[in-house]
Ligand binder design. Structure first.
Ligand code: PEP
Ligand code: MG
Length: 745
């Protein structure tokens, strides 16, 4: 009944103040309370009294409390209800004489929460020392939910003026994370998994809402059962979602919560949201990773139900802003490429690591990425102005004008640095002591090709052919593949491009290809392993490459080769394709070099043999480090645990450089290491002379190279490697070396 009256009150025309005034009168009456007040959050983290029944009317808009101050501030800061029979004896009680509240002893207050964040506080007070029971507090929570809709509509306090707080405490204006990709961008937030905003909170017909909830639950259960049956949906992660789904769907406690919320007069969708908010308030402060995971699983489940109940599709590209900053928990590379490149400015992830493929793709697109930014999804609203500052590993939410000015200055400074790099473009890339250093680009899509001209790179050292497959909705035809390869060959002109055959599997999933269930996909059926076991795909790719390379210089390399034998078998497939060309009277390439990526440690123990067999080697340091240290490059808990500049890693790398030199086999480093100045310095010191990197790294690496004396760096490296006992990483020593020799990093 109360909810119905509330809705009628809201529907009646009137100023927002009048509406709030009526709401507090109504609530005070219904709750038999002498006081009912509404405090709303304003800019500057201040809770302001907006309407009251019972307190001194002149206190409205005068009484203000900081979040965390007094009982009202405490409720907002923790996002949880409080019910006290003697409020004045509570240590947090803050007396405000202008309100005349000293005569009221008992108090019950609840946060006004929307989509997991606090917008204000609803309070009732009584003269007597009375105990509010659980049911009364729940009623207040339900009213607060309706209030949240009124507040969120933006008529009472303009959205710019509302300082938001999440359910776990204050929202900082700055969220610190880690740098996944450098650079700075300004734009507006787009939530990758958009939160569903509930339009209808109050039920017209409670019975009908119960039916809707049951139907939605059954439909979601059917969906999941279908997924479970489908063969290609049985990977570990999906299975976990399914199991969690079962856990919660069959969890009577959770269903009961929703039912009770609906019984109190909420719509099914508001009931689902309410049940989730309750659990979130109870568990949200836990730092136990297991509980946090379960909470996010429950959020996924709630979202599925909400999507059904509100009949909404999940993403609507057309309505997205022109300067998108995408906010996500985590993301695969293909998902990022789904966004319109022309409008994409930056990316913020709650998780993520620098070597994950989404970060590599983002780097290739030259957009800044901040990862491991805690709880960003619940702290940022769609449309919020956002600065992604990859350089300083922070995200600025709704920045003020002064901050924006500083950011614009940083963007200008970056552009200036770029101009300086552009000025270096045509200088030969060599160290001070005349060691030539090849600087190539990592590429994979047509958008990458103009970077060749801009950077003056020596060629394309790694063409990740799988990117074309990952962005497509279906398997690219041989003609489409050939077209892309030809475009790359034409773009490099008389420079070279090294095509890597399909490196799929692991985290590189083709949406249209059936997935094989694997316990450890990174160690699983991927790359050359698929190519050798099911040569159809590899052969058609090789055919497309050979046709594009007709009468040209063609370089092809194979990913994830673990034994010399694998390379020999791959080479045999190429030979067959060459014979096929001959049979069809097609021209062969003018030259054909076949290389191997060194990224599986077993190859280090056959390094002399592989250097003799292959025409060239390319060090995939991203994977090599992950396998060398047994530390998943995608796993944020271990991704930064080991330093590629530690003795073990450097010695492994050195044996590759040495073997290449001995066998006169050219070696390139195409992992991310080669694009980071201090690491490239170390690699030059180890004897590497050729690197392939993301386009934005070419300038900084060239600047470093031009100042470096390679022989001095080698001597220093030899000295350092001669005595490494007890030294975790050579990074500090190498940085000192760079500083002493004025080598810019
Ligand atoms: C590597 O592993 O270093 C590499 C260049 O390949 P990818 O990052 O595509 O696995
Ligand atoms: Mg690799």
């Amino acid at each position: 009944m109360l909810l119905k009256r509330l809705r009628d009150t809201m529907a009646r025309v009137g100023s927002p103040e009048e509406t709030l005034g009526e709401v507090v009168r109504l609530v005070a009456n219904e709750m038999v309370a002498e006081v009912c007040s509404i405090y709303l959050l304003r800019a500057g983290e201040v809770l302001e009294l907006f309407a009251t029944q019972g307190l001194n009317p002149s206190a409205v808009h005068r009484t203000r409390l900081r979040v965390g101050e007094g009982l009202v501030g405490d409720i907002a800061a923790h996002g949880r209800p409080l019910a006290l029979d003697d409020a004045q004896r509570h240590p947090q009680y803050a007396y405000r004489p202008e309100t005349g509240e000293e005569i009221y002893h008992s108090l019950a207050g609840v946060p006004i929460v929307r989509a997991g964040r606090v917008l204000g506080v609803l309070v009732v007070q009584n003269r007597t020392r009375r105990q509010y029971d659980e049911e009364e507090v729940e009623t207040l929570q339900t009213i607060a939910m309706v209030m949240a809709e009124i507040v969120a509509a933006g008529h009472i306090v303009s959205p710019n003026e509302v300082q938001q707080v999440d359910g776990l405490g204050l929202l900082p204006l700055r969220i610190d994370g880690v740098q996944l990709t450098p650079g700075v961008a300004i734009g507006h937030a787009v939530l990758h998994e958009p939160r569903i905003i509930i339009q209808r909170v109050v039920a017209e017909d409670v019975g009908q809402e119960h039916v809707r909830f049951q139907e939605a639950l059954a439909a979601v259960r059917d969906d999941v059962d279908r997924m479970l049956e489908a063969h290609d949906m049985q990977s570990g992660e999906q299975r976990e979602i399914l199991e969690t789904f079962r856990m919660f769907v069959d969890d009577r406690g959770w269903r009961e919560r929703v039912r009770e919320a609906v019984d109190s007069g909420l719509t099914a969708e508001a009931g689902v949201q309410r049940a989730f908010d309750d659990v979130r308030i109870r568990l949200g402060q836990s730092t136990d990773p297991y509980i946090r995971e379960r909470l996010s699983d429950l959020q996924d489940l709630s979202n599925r139900l909400l999507l059904r109940l509100t009949g909404r599709a999940s993403t609507d590209q057309a309505s997205q802003p022109d300067d998108m900053i995408v906010i996500a928990r985590d993301m695969g590379p293909a998902e990022l490429l789904d966004y319109d490149r022309a409008r994409l400015r930056g990316l913020v992830l709650e998780e993520g690591s620098a070597l994950s493929h989404v970060a590599i793709v983002a780097r290739a697109l030259d957009i800044p990425v901040v990862g491991r930014a805690p709880d960003v999804l619940s702290r940022i609203e769609p449309g919020d102005a956002i600065v992604v500052d990859g350089d300083n590993a922070q995200v600025l939410v709704r920045p003020g004008e002064d901050i924006l000015q500083t950011v614009y200055a940083a963007i200008d400074a970056r552009a200036e640095r770029r101009r300086r790099f552009v000025a270096m473009r045509d200088l030969p890339s060599a160290t001070r002591d005349q060691a030539r250093i090849g600087l190539h680009l990592n590429a994979g899509l047509l958008v990458d090709l103009p970077h060749l001209e801009e950077t003056g790179a020596t060629g394309i050292g790694l063409f990740r052919t799988e990117l074309q497959f990952m962005v497509a909705a279906r398997m690219p035809t041989m003609a489409e593949q050939q077209q892309l390869y030809l475009a790359a060959l034409e773009a490099v002109g008389d420079k070279t491009v090294t095509f890597r055959t399909l490196d799929i599997g692991g985290d590189k999933i083709l949406p249209y290809m059936r997935r094989v269930e694997e316990e450890n996909p990174a160690l699983g059926w991927r790359a050359i392993r698929i190519g050798l076991d099911r040569p159809g795909l590899l052969r058609s790719q090789l055919r497309a490459l050979l046709r594009a390379g007709e009468k040209r210089h063609l370089k092809i390399m194979f990913p994830m080769v673990a034994t010399v034998d694998e390379f020999i078998r791959a080479r045999a497939i190429v030979q067959r394709e060459l014979a096929h060309l001959d049979r069809h009277d097609r021209e062969r390439p003018a030259s054909l070099a076949l290389g191997v990526m060194v990224e599986v440690p077993s190859l280090l123990f056959e390094i002399d043999e592989i250097a003799r067999e292959a025409d060239f080697l390319s060090v995939g340091s991203n994977d090599l480090m992950q396998f060398l240290f047994a530390a998943d490059r995608e796993n944020r808990f271990v991704a930064d645990r080991f330093d590629p500049l530690s003795a073990g890693a450097l010695r492994a790398l050195k044996c590759i450089a040495d073997a290449g030199r001995k066998a006169h086999c050219p070696v390139t480093v195409c992992g991310e290491m080669g694009g980071r100045p201090i690491e490239a310095l170390a690699l030059i010191a180890l004897g590497f002379r050729s690197f392939s990197m993301t386009p934005s790294s070419v300038g900084p690496i060239k600047a470093m190279t031009l100042q470096l004396n390679a022989a001095a760096a080698r001597d220093q490296m030899d000295k350092l490697l001669a005595d490494v006992s007890g030294i975790a990483s050579l990074r500090p020593a190498l940085k000192t070396f760079a500083a002493e020799h004025d080598v810019p990093l």
